[in-house]
Design a protein around this ligand. Sequence first.
Ligand code: TMP
Ligand code: CA
Length: 377
Amino acid sequence: MNENISLNEIGKKIIFHIDFDYFYAQCEEIRKPELRNIPSVVCVYSGREEDSGVVSTCNYEARKYGVKAAMPIRLAKSKLKDIEAIFLPTDMPYYHDISRNAMRIIENYGELFEQVSVDECYVDFTKITNSDFDDAKIFANSLQKNIKDKIKLTCSIGVGPNKLISKIASGVKKPNGITVVSREDAKSFISNCKIEDIPGVGPKTAKKLESLGIDSISDISNKSIFELRDALGYKTATFLVNASNAIDYSQIKVRGTSKQIGKIVTLKKDIANFEQINLTAASLCTSVYENLSNKGQAFRILTIILILENLQHVSFSKSLKLYSASFDELHKNSLFIIKEMINNNSISLDNIRRMGVVVSDLKDISGQDSLVNYFEN
Ligand code: TMP
Ligand code: CA
């Protein structure tokens, strides 16, 4: 669904790491807003005895009293003694529903997307931000607002030139924070981090590093790679030396069985008329249709995305009554939705910067006589 970025463009990348704040506890607040003002703690009860088990997460009201993830429930209760607080069991199906909805909003921007856990993902927003970190800051604000407006969920966003920097950056300001680390600032940013801030450095590696006299990230970059390799092995040593120089070659891993197919393009600046909109829509639909046909799939949900000059994101999804694998249906509906969106939101044509067509709720129909016949009868 993406225009691929070649390897020589790696140095221009802008990667977002998006982390939903105090996730399970925030999900509970979404359905019970009264929890927002009191400490609320989501727990995994072991069932052995009343209150045996651990804290999964808690809201920031509870954190003020020293309650933390992985803490025994009894200890959390003692910290909140005499305080009006709520303890709740986890409700994983509900958290997964919220996660799916929020991830879909992010995925619908149509860029390289990798979900890494129920509440974290990476996205390559190089194109939307024109590889510009000032634009990335504006865009991060708009993305955060979009998720908040649609599902009342806050997230913290880290923006950096690679996954490593964006991941560390998203933890800097929480909740509802945005931390942008430009290419130029990445080396000094990481030099000021603690070794344990590097994802994947656990207590075992930290101990080995300590025995080599390495207590800080700048100590790593001053050490010989050979000495590090002898102590830690080739892979870890190379990773750490790169990390200490703010270098990370790991790629966004788009899942093999994508749950949606889409294409997004930047519109030409100087031609702002309906003819250009129609031509772009036709080209987007052709590309999506070809991809859909090649995979032998039909779709049910069609989403149109418009990204405006101020990087505001407007999207609209329509669910068809039946699955469809028809180009005409895709094209006709796309044009209709685009025109409705422009009219309903009073969008001036020269304000549209990017346009995308995404189909989701896909169904495998390979093996049918004809994709089109199967669904148009
Ligand atoms: P968060 O609360 O920091 O956003 O972490 C994401 C979710 O991961 C959280 O809502 C619950 C789960 N989690 C645990 O179950 N145990 C843990 O120790 C941590 C840190 C998180
Ligand atoms: Ca989180």
